[in-house]
Ligand binder design. Sequence first.
Ligand SMILES: CC(C)(COP(=O)(O)OP(=O)(O)OC[C@H]1O[C@@H](n2cnc3c(N)ncnc32)[C@H](O)[C@@H]1OP(=O)(O)O)[C@@H](O)C(=O)NCCC(=O)NCCS
Length: 153
Amino acid sequence: MSAQLSTAVHYRPMMAADLPVVSALEGSVYAFPWSIGNFRDCLEAGYDCWVAAERGVLIGYAVLMVAVDEAHLLNIAVASPLQRQGIGKAFLQYMIGVARHRGAQMVYLEVRPSNVAARELYREAGFQQIAIRPGYYPAHGGREDALFLGITL
Ligand SMILES: CC(C)(COP(=O)(O)OP(=O)(O)OC[C@H]1O[C@@H](n2cnc3c(N)ncnc32)[C@H](O)[C@@H]1OP(=O)(O)O)[C@@H](O)C(=O)NCCC(=O)NCCS
């Protein structure tokens, strides 16, 4: 069970000024992080880039791409020391709400089979496996498949 989620967590659109902090967080939670340029490209492309903040401190971020009636969750992360407190679960629900608000009827995402935390998060939220994308991710000593998941809104 998650601990009680602090009501102090709020969400706001990511800004260019957030990029150094987002990029530092990204480097701390992923073995193969996005570059700061990847995030900048998402902002400039008009993707839904959001941050979660607690008392003004950025503690998570998510990137959602919406195309007509489909949304693709490209990234979601919570700062390591604050993980397993319900923040990711609430943030995922918030991003699903953003997708719905934009008119999406499906949300898709990819996840590594080895990413037990994220897989459980998505399973609990109701995502279902649609396909496997072979060799999708870089990995130490080779490539790792992606599980392609989706949820109907
Ligand atoms: C995936 C991630 C966003 C989850 O955020 P979080 O704030 O830790 O998640 P929550 O505390 O809300 O947990 C929600 C559910 O996810 C699952 N979960 C989270 N961490 C888990 C872990 N370490 N092991 C197993 N299940 C886990 C549980 O089902 C949990 O529900 P429960 O606590 O009621 O059992 C976070 O682990 C993270 O940032 N990881 C690095 C980035 C990443 O891998 N992003 C996803 C890319 S596809």
